[in-house]
Design a protein around this ligand. Structure first.
Ligand SMILES: [Zn+2]
Length: 325
């Protein structure tokens, strides 16, 4: 039976406490860098009643606990803060530069494939119906949040959008900027460049599960959209495949992924901040993905996967939301 955690047990209150329970001989990586791991209230409901699902070891051999809130949101909790997760991004981006080389990501074949899959997704989400009307009336500003190397920024630019992106990782953002894309390197929540009621489309492709405060991200996206503007969002979906696979589920990469939403739960969070759900789709059949892959690679892999719809039980999902005025 899973143990119900009603409040932090003492060892979790202490900094790095969750590692102290680990068997001897494992590296204590947190001792070598700043950053904290703390039990935090649920991002969706503010509650503190969690059921422990399992523990999982990360690519850096730290162990994290995955819990489910009473409201249903599955999350890494106690949760590492931004400083504590940074080494995971540093490592994966470094790997990509050395092992694979960024050039590979921009081969024409790969770009065509990514474009094809974006198109399929947007068709499924009934985005193009909105797009035609928006562009015709001159509402043409788009922002891709967590844009990595800028694939979607470029895609939208080619479709006549005044397309911008924002990316926290300097390595990925620099690649996008070098390619002439309008990409800001910084934090979406605090960047002063995003002015309220400015954008017609704000997109998050496989990025919200990496973010520490998804509820605030949704509120911020709502704020910078014009009334009637659209939010496009994809993330891994905590559904039947995830429950069957448990800690072996292909998207259970901790602590890179901090939150695992159900479709219903995410739609509820979006409605709470003032969005209407226009269309949702699930896809992905549970095929393998590269272990320890970073965001750029992950995104490509996801979109390169055939968009198999397995009885509408795919373990990826995408949502098309409208900002209600
Ligand atoms: Zn909750």
């Amino acid at each position: 039976m899973p143990e119900v955690l009603e409040r932090p047990v003492p060892r979790q209150r202490r900094k790095r406490g969750h590692l102290e329970a680990m068997p001897e001989g494992r590296p204590r990586l947190f001792a070598e860098r700043p950053g904290q791991v703390r039990l935090i209230p649920c991002n969706a409901c503010g509650g503190m009643q969690f059921t422990r699902l399992f523990e999982k070891e990360s690519s850096l051999r730290e162990t994290f606990q995955v819990v489910r809130c009473k409201c249903g949101l599955v999350q890494v909790n106690p949760q590492p803060d931004l400083k504590a997760v940074m080494p995971y991004y540093a490592e994966s981006y470094f790997k990509k530069r050395t092992d694979r080389g960024y050039d590979n990501y921009f081969s024409e074949a790969l770009r065509d494939e990514i474009r094809r899959v974006f198109t399929l997704n947007l068709m499924d989400l009934k985005f193009f119906e909105y797009e035609a009307k928006a562009l015709e009336s001159g509402n043409n500003r788009s922002l891709d949040v967590g844009c990595a190397a800028g694939y979607f920024v470029e895609y939208m630019r080619e479709r006549s959008w005044r397309a911008q992106g924002i990316e926290l990782s300097r390595a990925a953002g620099t690649v996008a900027r070098k390619r002439g894309l309008d990409v800001t390197i910084g934090d979406f929540l605090t960047s002063a460049e995003m002015i309220p009621s400015t954008y017609d489309v704000v997109s998050f492709w496989a990025s919200i599960e990496h973010m520490h405060d998804p509820a605030r991200v949704l509120r911020r996206a709502h704020e910078i959209l014009r009334p009637g503007g659209r939010m496009l969002l994809s993330t891994c979906r905590y559904g039947i495949l995830a429950r069957i696979r448990g800690k072996a589920w292909r998207y259970m990469n901790v602590p890179e992924h901090l939150y695992f939403f159900t479709l219903r739960g995410l739609a509820k969070m979006a409605r709470k901040v003032g969005f209407r759900v226009v269309k949702t789709v699930t896809y992905g059949s549970g095929m393998t993905t590269k272990k320890d892959a970073g965001r750029v690679y992950e995104t490509i892999k996801r979109y390169a996967d055939p968009t198999v719809k397995f009885l509408n039980q795919g373990d990826m999902m995408a949502l098309h939301l409208e900002k209600m005025s």
